[in-house]
Ligand binder design. Structure first.
Ligand code: SF4
Ligand code: SF4
Ligand code: FES
Length: 918
């Protein structure tokens, strides 16, 4: 480890850093603007000036920028040198010259890096007496607000947006003192990561437009560590609440998962929690279906009574779980209805695919990589997954690899990774070893060495062919066209050369063969001694957790209503069945069940048909565990206590179990009376040992620091008295939280808590997210004390993996039937975020995608209308001609309203409007 000297004191620092990063990790207050821990240094702002000395005898020294100077062994600097201090003060003064000083009305106020750095640099008195430079602001769409007058020209925004997130439409315009950061014209920012500008910009130029609609200062927000619920990656988040309204989501640093950032679906999908349409009290549909409310106890007794009469009549009670509900909620349902009556709440195909992924990861030799590990890949094959739309932060991670991948010229010139200015200047001589094989064009295509478009079976055949190229023990692919064989050879060659090749695949194209092909490629590489890893994309926040819970397939539940004694009572947990199966089957099933009870936090077609709806808590009102795609167990905590009759699903189900056990006098499996989420998790781990690491993913509810809980509210929270001053000035007791070591209060331990409990990132002098640097082992490294979460398992040692042998046949058109494949949209394909108005407004209208040749063959122009006729019904759809779609397939957007229950891929007839007899 190098030793550096700061103001004559020796310090050991990690190798390969710049002086700014080293000083921040050591705890020095050194101001900066243009440097960002995730983006390195460009030396644009001159704010991080220090005095550097040649040796201990040098008394003159010279001003250098700490962010552009390597922290090499023996380097001597002074932060306190008067000339360096005066320099930094001057920089702050000139950066502030045109700043509007509108902190009291600026949304950034109180968590503003510019405020902190101005104070830190010592600038207090304004001498500039001339008119300030002013700009016109732009409408950048529903997510990000623009106030250009606050800009200090640090260039972080365009660097993040273009160089790191791959966006093109946010640019720096103008010259000298008139540089403008915006779009060429008003319009929604096109990047899927645009919301990170809110955190990247050190001032209030870019702020959260959804927060503006119900603005609250940072110090009035109650927060808790949480997990994003909008895809399977499980990015860590910090939701903020006040007065029972969820106000915003910020990213929560996790060095193994999402690093500093999240995607726009994760940031802006939260408003489903505030939806007017949410069931917030028990709803009982009477006869005829008039809607009444009932007390919680009455509802529980009624359901217990239904269970009792079902038992008496010998008819079944089935429970249908959910991949968007926590492990605890799913387990509580399974415990209530019994393992034989617990059904997986995913479509059958998705269920099969998730189980296959679990099997590949548990029995095969390839490790599944985390997002951070993906950034260290040196060759990547994407097979069948449009990750920008299905797992956006995976796209972000791959872009980091592409930017930082090894470069001969950079190595020759000894340019360190953190020197972003120099790294950005050097053109890569080596082409990227990224190969994208998907159903249709993706945003990552522009970075890929080669792209391949094909139907799922042909994508799988390419994968099988690559595996065979790498290992003769893998099965061969018969009748492979020469050009595909050549492509397979090229990809195999690049993967073979790589030290850390990664194969990315997932469930979104609905093909088992694609997953098997991906596993074969990774396993063939392993057989050659390569450290090949796999990365599978799964659709929902707890798809993996539910997949490991051994529920029975959903179709069996749907059939159960038709068979034997039939179903008397169906209990559906946080799930809209109309998204999981064809609507005719679901309607038939629900019609055959004598009674339907639904627990959910959102109004859906399924809740609309329920006899009893129990209002369930959202992620923001409950504590629980989810398993991400890695698979990593991660704990999320209540941000605020559920109000009125809203309760965590597991608590509802526990009460029903207790009431029905009392009624029947019979005890079911796991009869312990759960008082906390920990107790449910303990029983879960006893029943399914694979989940044992769940108990280590976060401290138990009884954890205390010096006998105190960890406050959810920051020290400056306006307090409960102020919040209720219109009713009473007496301080009410805050709600209890038996599920966690967190308190609904600003009182409690002021020590740094374990990282799984960390949501208020603050150190004296650092009120913005940049306080984080003080809490990491080294900049951009793990949090001190380790990143939160716990991996469930590592791959077994396998001498020689046995490849999958079932190579599919090539896709061929089948008469009048066309293969319909899914196209995923970051805004539109996911259920919960579509209940947030800002996200819903960005979703496309349903359409039918056709390749140009196919559109011509069918005689339909772009914007024309065709009828899609399949077993799942008939739909009229507007045609969108998509240049990238392969011949002989059609595409529909996955998950959009009206298309949700269609289990793509499927075969359908495409007929001109009005020519169908269905
Ligand atoms: S808009 Fe913000 S991030 Fe961009 S240059 Fe200005 S101050 Fe920096
Ligand atoms: S990538 Fe997925 S988990 Fe991460 S923020 Fe986006 S939607 Fe949420
Ligand atoms: S942070 Fe060093 S020059 Fe800007």
């Amino acid at each position: 480890m190098p030793t550096i000297y700061v103001d004559n004191q020796a310090y050991e620092v990690a190798a390969g850093q710049n002086l700014l990063a080293a000083c921040l990790t050591l705890g020095f207050d050194l101001p900066y603007f243009c440097w960002h821990p995730a983006m390195g240094s460009v030396g644009a702002c001159r704010q991080c000036a220090v005095k550097q000395f040649k040796d201990e005898n040098d008394t003159e020294g010279q001003i250098v920028m700490a962010c552009l100077t390597a922290a090499d062994d023996g380097v001597r600097i002074s932060i306190e040198d008067p000339e360096a201090k005066e320099f930094r003060k001057g920089v702050a003064e000139w950066l502030m010259a045109s700043h509007p000083h509108d902190c009291p009305v600026c949304d950034e106020g109180g968590e503003c890096h510019l405020q902190d750095m101005t104070v830190m640099a010592g600038h207090v008195y304004r001498r500039y007496e001339f008119p300030k430079r002013t700009f016109q602001n732009q409408d950048l769409g529903p997510f990000v607000n623009h106030e250009m007058n606050r800009c200090i020209q640090c260039y972080r925004c365009v660097r993040f947006y273009q160089d790191y997130a791959g966006g093109h439409d946010l640019v720096a315009l103008g010259t000298r003192n008139e540089v403008y950061f915006g779009r060429h014209e008003d319009g929604k920012l096109e990047s899927e990561f645009s919301g990170n500008l809110v955190e990247v910009c050190p001032t209030g130029v870019f702020t959260d437009k959804t927060l503006k609609a119900h603005y609250t200062r940072k110090w009035d927000l109650q927060t808790a560590p949480s997990i994003c619920v909008h895809c399977g990656l499980g990015c860590n988040t910090i939701p903020g609440e006040r007065y029972g309204i969820l106000r915003r989501i910020r990213s929560r640093y996790n060095g193994h998962v999402n690093g500093y950032f999240i995607c726009d679906r994760g940031r802006y999908g939260y408003e489903f929690v505030n939806a007017e349409s949410r069931p917030r009290s028990v709803i009982v549909a009477g006869e005829p279906r008039d809607v009444q409310t009932a007390s919680s106890q009455d509802a529980v007794s009624r359901i217990a009574g239904l269970m009792r009469s079902a038992a008496e009549s010998g008819r079944r009670v089935v429970g249908i779980g959910s991949p968007r509900a926590s492990l605890e909620a799913n387990f509580a349902l399974r415990t209530l209805v019994g393992p034989d009556n617990f059904f997986c709440g995913m479509s059958d195909r998705e269920d099969r695919l998730i189980r296959l992924i679990v099997d590949i990861l548990r029995t095969g030799p390839s490790r599944s990589s985390s997002l951070r590990e993906l950034e260290r890949a040196d060759a990547t094959l994407i097979l069948g997954e449009d990750i920008t739309n299905t797992a956006p932060m995976l796209d972000y991670s791959l872009r980091q690899w592409l930017r930082r991948r090894p470069n001969l010229e950079r190595t020759r010139l000894k340019i360190p990774d953190w020197n972003d200015a120099a790294v950005g200047e050097i053109v890569h001589e080596e082409p990227s070893a990224l190969y994208v094989a998907t159903l249709a064009a993706t945003k990552l295509d522009e970075c890929a060495a080669r792209v391949y478009r094909a139907a799922p079976s042909d994508l799988a055949r390419l994968g099988f062919a690559i595996a065979r190229q790498l290992d003769s023990a893998a099965p061969g692919v018969p009748d492979l066209p020469a050009e595909i064989a050549h492509l397979a050879q090229t990809i195999a060659r690049d993967l073979e050369k790589a030290k850390r090749p990664i194969v990315v695949s997932g469930v979104s194209c609905g093909s088992e063969a694609v997953l098997k092909a991906a596993a074969n490629v990774a396993w063939s590489l392993r057989a050659r001694g390569e450290a090949a890893e796999l990365c599978f994309v799964v659709p929902e926040c707890n798809s993996m957790g539910l997949g490991m819970m051994e529920g029975r397939p959903l179709s069996e539940a749907l059939q159960a209503a038709d068979e034997g004694p039939g179903v008397d009572l169906a209990i559906v947990l946080e799930n809209d069945l109309f998204r999981r199966a064809n609507e005719t089957e679901v309607e038939r099933f629900l019609g055959l069940c004598a009674h339907l009870v639904v627990l959910d936090h959102s109004a859906t077609r399924t809740t609309a048909m329920a006899d009893i709806v129990l209002p369930a808590a959202t992620f923001a009102e409950s504590t629980g565990t989810m398993i991400n795609s890695e698979p990593r167990a991660q704990r999320f905590y209540k941000v605020f206590a559920p109000a009125g009759q809203v309760r965590e699903s597991w608590r509802w189900l526990r009460d029903v179990r207790e009431a029905s056990s009392d009624d029947e006098g019979a005890k079911r499996e796991n009869t312990a009376e759960w008082e906390s989420a920990d107790e449910v998790a303990n029983d879960l781990c006893r029943t399914f040992p694979i989940f044992a690491p769940v108990l280590e993913a976060a401290p138990p509810a009884g954890f205390r620091i010096l006998g105190m809980k960890v406050p959810r509210q920051p020290g400056r929270h306006s307090g409960r008295t102020a919040e209720r001053a219109d009713k009473t000035v007496f301080e009410p007791k805050p709600p209890d939280d038996p599920d966690s070591p967190l308190a609904f209060s600003m009182e409690g331990s002021q020590e740094q808590p374990p990282t799984a409990l960390l949501s208020n990132v603050w150190v004296p002098g650092w009120n913005s997210a940049q306080a984080l640097e003080r809490l990491q082992e080294d900049v951009s490294g793990a949090l001190r004390g380790g990143d939160p979460g716990k991996r469930l398992f590592e791959p077994p040692v396998v001498e020689r993996p046995s490849h999958f042998l079932d190579v599919p046949t090539a896709h061929s058109p089948s008469g009048e039937q066309w293969l319909v494949v899914p196209v995923h949209h970051i805004f539109g394909s996911e259920e919960l975020s579509m209940k947030a108005p800002s996200v819903e407004g960005c979703a496309p209208e349903p359409y039918l995608g056709l390749g140009p040749r196919m559109a011509e063959r069918l005689g339909v122009p772009d914007g024309g209308v065709l009828t899609l006729a399949s077993d799942a019904g008939v739909r009229l759809l507007e045609v969108k001609v998509m240049d990238s779609l392969p011949d002989d397939v059609a595409a529909i957007p996955a998950g959009l309203p009206g298309l949700e229950g269609l289990a793509t891929p499927f075969y359908a007839r495409l007929v001109p409007r009005g020519e169908t007899d269905e």
